[in-house]
Design a protein around this ligand. Structure first.
Ligand code: ATP
Ligand code: MG
Length: 265
């Protein structure tokens, strides 16, 4: 039915040292998703282990955002198995899905802040919905302040999104993601549209957050520098399947033309 890629995906997962004794927090098996005649995902597999930074790279339109939407239940796959924090997504009701989402931080492509709300209100928004997760705190201000301090923007608490630069918006969006202390963070193109210096700041924050909170992160990017700095493991999504997988050094030294294409500057 589907044509096979030129190189078979490598046996999955390959880099054993990143997963010794660690539990999987995300499992995707044999994921298929088409839109009309366009087969976007054609048997995609992925495992993310606790405290791991896994980067997924793929060309524009290769299905990275589709994959991430299937992970959080924003989109239904045609077939395949998707499990997050031990729960199979397709079996969850609305309420269970909502509860699970409080453990998953999702930094959307773009920052997706509410333009009519201040920074503080933007950060309080997820708190209102998932207050019980944090033990129903009477005062949420300390939580907002802590999240803003994590991204170095404590002073921006009363600003409106329109008053923020692109890099600041991204950091606020990251703070909003962090406020519920998620166990897994999904980053969709965290550095796109940012200048290289601001992108570096965001990359530094991503690393610090992982070290501070021990979160597992799935990072979708086509920014080679971002992949090099943050990844313990990189997975290349080509033609709807995992085409290759390895550390940055392993993949950057791979002579396969489809792999090389990702790392050419
Ligand atoms: N809701 C939808 N309806 C129809 N087609 C869609 C829908 N969402 C995505 N697609 C198609 O699926 C394919 C993959 O889209 P996706 O957004 O996952 O790409 P991507 O890898 O995230 O690209 P980029 O790097 O540009 O963000 C594209 O061909 C897109 O047009
Ligand atoms: Mg995308």
């Amino acid at each position: 039915m589907t044509s096979e890629p030129m190189t078979q995906p490598e046996t999955y997962p390959k880099t054993d040292e990143t997963r010794k004794g660690k539990e999987a927090v995300i499992r995707i098996r044999d994921l298929y998703k088409s839109f009309g005649p366009v087969q976007v995902l054609r048997g995609f597999n992925l495992t993310l282990y606790e405290r791991e930074n896994l980067v997924v790279m793929g060309k524009s339109g290769s299905g990275k955002s589709v994959m991430i939407k299937c992970l959080v239940g924003l989109m239904d796959p045609d077939s395949g198995y998707v499990e997050v924090l031990g729960q199979e997504i397709s079996g969850l009701g609305r309420q269970q899905l909502d509860q699970l989402r409080s453990d998953i931080g999702f930094l959307f492509q773009g920052s997706a802040l509410y333009d009519s709300m201040t920074v503080r209100e933007n950060l309080e928004f997820p708190l209102r919905r998932h207050r019980e997760k944090l033990g129903n705190p009477k005062d949420t201000l300390p939580l907002v302040e802590e999240a803003l301090e994590n991204v170095g923007l404590a002073h921006a608490i009363d600003m409106m999104p329109a008053e923020l630069s692109g890099g600041m918006k991204r950091r606020i969006a990251l703070a909003r993601t962090l406020i519920l202390k998620p166990r897994v963070i999904l980053y969709d193109e965290p550095t796109s549209g940012l200048d290289p210096i601001t992108a570096k700041e965001i990359i530094g924050l991503m690393r610090r957050i992982q070290q501070k909170y021990g979160t597992a992160s799935l990072i979708i990017t086509h920014d080679v520098d971002c992949a090099r700095v943050v990844s313990e493991r990189i997975l290349l999504l080509v033609d709807g399947v995992n085409y290759a997988e390895g550390s940055y050094a392993e993949l950057a030294g791979n002579a396969d033309p489809k792999v090389e294409a990702f790392f050419k500057k």
